[in-house]
Design a protein around this ligand. Structure first.
Ligand code: ZN
Length: 154
């Protein structure tokens, strides 16, 4: 199996078997994001527990890329320190803006590496980024702050 079809398999798997989908109880922040060019919608809810770790839930509809990206996002950031989650978000943004030239780091991105192929198609980049934009906005609304130290670590 070549890399492209392996990436497609990962995306399809997250689309068919979404991780972390559903509302969370008592969200501290919520963000609804729409990608009108494709018709994708994602609502992300976040909160933090007593130790400051993130808990994330989402609902959405749209193309396989947007919904698989939401599933990957929820799986990757669940239970993390917000600063760690932000480093993953930054790495995913870098990958999506790489025009397909970047070597994705599986240690950082997990199944997010599957979107390396999507980065070659400008029309689909917004689909992949939608849930991560919703996450950032939901965190901001929840008053969850990320330290500068984390931003430097990317
Ligand atoms: Zn889409």
């Amino acid at each position: 199996m070549n890399v492209e079809s392996m990436y497609q398999e990962i995306i399809l798997d997250h689309y068919k078997n979404p991780r972390g989908r559903g509302a969370i109880s008592d969200p501290a922040g919520e963000s609804h994001q729409v990608n009108p060019t494709c018709g994708d919608e994602v609502t992300v809810q976040v909160t933090t527990d007593d130790s400051g770790h993130l808990h994330v839930g989402y609902e959405g509809q749209g193309c396989s890329i947007s919904q698989a990206s939401a599933s990957v996002m929820a799986e990757m950031v669940e239970g993390l320190d917000p600063t760690e989650a932000d480093a993953i978000r930054a790495a995913f943004l870098d990958l999506m803006h790489s025009k397909g030239a970047a070597e994705p780091d599986e240690d950082v991105l997990g199944d997010g590496i599957a979107f390396a192929g999507v980065a070659k198609y400008p029309a689909r980049i917004k689909c992949a980024l939608l849930p991560w934009m919703a996450l950032q906005d939901a965190e901001a609304k929840a008053g969850i702050t990320v330290t500068d130290e984390g931003a430097d670590r990317r």
